[in-house]
Design a protein around this ligand. Sequence first.
Ligand code: SF4
Length: 76
Amino acid sequence: MRYTVDNQCVGCGLCARLCPEVFYMGADGFAHAADKAVPRASVAAADAAYDDCPMAAIHMMGNGAFGSSRLSVPDE
Ligand code: SF4
């Protein structure tokens, strides 16, 4: 599982502070997500960034072995 950041990002930097293993601020002033699967140790922090982004600019892609815990919750 990976994350992407769309063009709604306003560059507040919150995601990069919460989970620097996955999100970083680019020279363009906006957040970007590392182009690799989220490490197991970073899943909770990445989830927090996803939840707390004020612009809902972070999106999940796929569901790998170390995917977000929320993606393993069955639909009700
Ligand atoms: S938390 Fe959201 S708005 Fe803030 S830098 Fe990250 S992606 Fe951009």
